[in-house]
Design a protein around this ligand. Structure first.
Ligand SMILES: NC(=O)c1ccc[n+]([C@@H]2O[C@H](COP(=O)([O-])OP(=O)(O)OC[C@H]3O[C@@H](n4cnc5c(N)ncnc54)[C@H](OP(=O)(O)O)[C@@H]3O)[C@@H](O)[C@H]2O)c1
Length: 265
């Protein structure tokens, strides 16, 4: 399904993005790997080669998604190298671990810059080329926290709710032009997301979180996501803990979810 398809993954230097890169390499895709840390991207590219991707199928393209002009320039580089983009996975992201009452306003700005504006800017750069071709697929990694508000993550939940709204609306605008839009809704996946989260003062939280360390294996999660993308699913829930049940409960009984979440960690 993805053989020779050009797939651009942001947040490819670790966690879910890394696992997706390796899974798509195994499928024979051409991969563009983006995040800020070049050395980590090179490590992931080596894993992709080990999974069977020839060097000519791989482009390591460092990018900070908060730099909109860099996103436009990076898009041109991808088009120069591969000619087109079949699938863009807006997966870069950063979380939060702090109560609103303690949190500096600048933390909210950073979360919205990375998790919302960064995703919109890169999509703005890539979409015109897909529209010209009359086909393409754009995915966004939101979260269960994009459907349910939980403690310690006011900014993260705001950002992840925002991208669901944005990409649902975008889908309604472009689906009839041949562009698919998929929203990925991970529950707890075993990555460094908690350590990399922002603390109240904007510093790195730097502590593991038992929900995440006990979460789904990222390679297993990547296989679920790849299968969902192959089927063109509009929403791809992925996870195996009780948080996935919360997605259904939120629809069935929002009141119950509001009571449960006030007791969550
Ligand atoms: N793990 C979970 O339980 C979980 C649950 C729900 C949703 N998610 C979402 O899944 C996505 C991937 O997270 P993860 O769990 O794999 O965590 P992770 O291991 O911390 O990965 C985050 C990725 O985002 C990149 N990134 C952060 N800021 C960036 C920026 N300004 N520009 C470009 N890249 C940036 C990081 O790379 P650099 O540091 O090299 O830039 C890294 O590759 C995120 O959107 C996250 O919100 C995760």
């Amino acid at each position: 399904m993805f053989k020779n398809q050009v797939i651009w993954i942001t947040g490819a230097s670790s966690g879910i993005g890394e696992a997706l890169a390796v899974a798509f390499a195994d499928e024979g895709a051409c991969l563009v790997l983006s995040a800020r840390r070049q050395k980590e991207l090179e490590r992931v590219a080596a894993r992709c080669e080990a999974a069977g991707a020839p060097e000519k199928h791989l482009l390591v393209l460092p990018l900070d998604v908060t730099d909109a002009s860099a996103s436009f320039a990076a898009t041109e580089k991808v088009l120069e190298r591969f000619g087109h983009i079949d699938l863009l996975i807006n997966n870069a992201g950063i979380s939060q671990r702090s109560l609103f009452k303690d949190t500096e306003l600048s933390v909210y700005q950073k979360l919205l810059d990375v998790d919302v504006m960064g995703q919109i800017a890169l999509t703005k750069a890539v979409l015109p080329h897909m529209l010209d071709r009359g086909r393409g697929h754009i995915a966004i990694t939101s979260s269960v926290a994009g459907k349910i508000g939980v403690r310690l993550r006011t900014g993260y939940c705001a950002a992840k709710h925002a991208v669901i709204g944005f990409f649902d609306a975008l889908r309604a605008e472009v689906e009839e032009d041949g562009i698919m839009v998929s929203t990925i809704l991970p529950g707890f996946i075993r990555t460094a997301i908690a350590e990399n989260a922002l603390a109240a003062d904007g510093s790195r939280y730097d502590e593991p979180d038992s929900d995440i360390t006990g979460g789904m294996d990222p390679d297993k999660a990547a296989r679920v996501i790849v299968s969902g993308l192959a089927k063109g699913k509009r929403e791809i829930p992925v996870g195996e803990g009780k948080e996935m049940l919360a997605l259904w409960l939120k629809r069935l009984s929002p009141e119950l979810i509001f009571r449960i979440t006030r007791k969550s960690k």
